[in-house]
Design a protein around this ligand. Structure first.
Ligand code: SAM
Ligand code: DTB
Ligand code: SF4
Length: 336
């Protein structure tokens, strides 16, 4: 019996198919188990389905944000009880990054509650990114809208990924956020791509959007050319004090459908089962992995809210025979 190793590349891939909203809506309407099955096939064609990429998240500048994002506990406009914290120093961040690495994370994602960084913030971030990168971790930053030249400075410092979410469909966007527009987000994503950074771009499900708007959101992501390397699909974490704290509950099947549709439309992207896992059963998470999710936030905290506990995640991965993704198991061994 001959065993061959097949490499699935992580390099950016051009968008090969245009996804109209109607076409994505039609995918959403596929019978549930058929949709999950199709997504699982696409997953296997492009990735080792047993490997889950682990990213650990840290809030490096917390709260007091001037923006009005209706989902966000860190906006200064809402009373959410989040304590404001200025940009942490490099030692504190490196200490957390070391812990994340020792627990098996391959990427360290740093989040800042800014509309966008100021030049002095970029100077500090440069030092922080260099220090985290020196630990042998992949680095990801999410700092909001970028001015000209900032993406290049972050890239030079060693940043691998920039996370900047479209968050929802163009039609729904203004109902959720008033202080910036969908096009502002696209503009920063263009700068990130031009600087040669990898793109992490996704959004939030469960913000009272219609199914058509969910389809419009996925179509917007899938029509980015090249498509994002990483696509975080967050389930809204409802935080008391935010305008969306009483958003309508979404049935779990609709969330799984969204993951499956993301997998089918963005076959070579990592689809991350992101915020909201704390409220998901093991069975629902398993269904998301079946539907093509292959990345999670790993660690007891997201930015300011809780995440599924590390111990529970380790156990769940054991039960499902999943392994943290490494450079070795990214290859799918095939017997021929
Ligand atoms: N301030 C920067 C920005 O908005 O791009 C970076 C940090 S912001 C917290 C990053 C992302 O977190 C948002 O784009 C949103 O998708 C997600 N997020 C924020 N609050 C959330 C919540 N309550 N539930 C789910 N996702 C959330
Ligand atoms: C993303 O798409 N989700 C993460 C990360 N990118 C920065 C943030 C989730 C935040 C959840 C609520 C909180 O803890 O603030
Ligand atoms: Fe600020 Fe980002 Fe939260 Fe919006 S999502 S309020 S920009 S931290």
């Amino acid at each position: 019996m001959k065993t061959t190793l097949q490499l699935y590349s992580n390099t950016p891939h051009p968008q090969v198919e245009y996804w109209s909203v109607c076409k994505v809506e039609a995918l959403f309407e596929t019978p549930f188990l058929e949709l999950v099955h199709r997504a699982a096939l696409v997953h296997r064609e492009n990735f080792n389905p047993q490997a889950i990429q682990l990213s650990t998240l840290m809030s490096i500048k917390t709260g007091g944000c001037p923006e009005d994002c209706g989902y966000c506990p860190q906006s200064a406009r809402y009373q959410t009880g989040v304590q404001k914290q200025e940009l942490l120093n490099v030692e504190d961040i490196v200490e957390k990054a070391k812990i994340a690495k020792s627990r098996g994370a391959s990427r360290f994602c740093m989040g800042a509650a800014w509309r966008g960084p100021k030049p002095k913030d970029i100077a500090k971030m440069t030092e922080i990114i260099k220090a985290v990168k020196a630990l042998g971790l992949e680095t990801c930053g999410t700092f909001g809208l970028l001015a000209d030249g900032m993406a290049e400075d972050l890239k030079k410092a060693g940043l691998d990924y920039y996370n900047h979410n479209l968050d929802t469909s163009p039609e729904h966007y203004n109902k959720v956020i008033g202080t910036r527009g969908f096009d502002d987000r696209l503009n920063t994503l263009g700068k990130v791509r031009k600087a040669g950074l990898k793109v992490c771009c996704g959004g939030i499900i469960g913000m009272n959007e219609s199914r058509k708007e969910r389809a419009g959101f996925i179509a917007s992501l899938a029509n980015l050319d090249p498509q994002p390397e990483s696509v975080p699909i967050n389930q809204l974490v409802k935080v008391e004090g935010t305008p969306l704290s009483d958003a309508q509950e979404l049935d779990w099947t609709e969330f799984v459908r969204t993951v499956a549709v993301a997998r089918i439309t963005m076959p070579k992207s990592y689809v991350r089962l992101s915020a909201g896992r704390q409220g998901m059963s093991e069975e629902m998470q398993a269904m998301c992995f079946m539907a093509g999710a292959n990345s999670i936030f790993y660690g007891d905290k997201l930015l300011v809210t809780g995440n599924a506990e590390e111990d529970c995640d380790r156990l769940l991965m054991e039960k499902l025979d999943l392994e943290p993704e490494t450079t070795e198991n990214r290859y799918l061994s095939q017997n021929s």
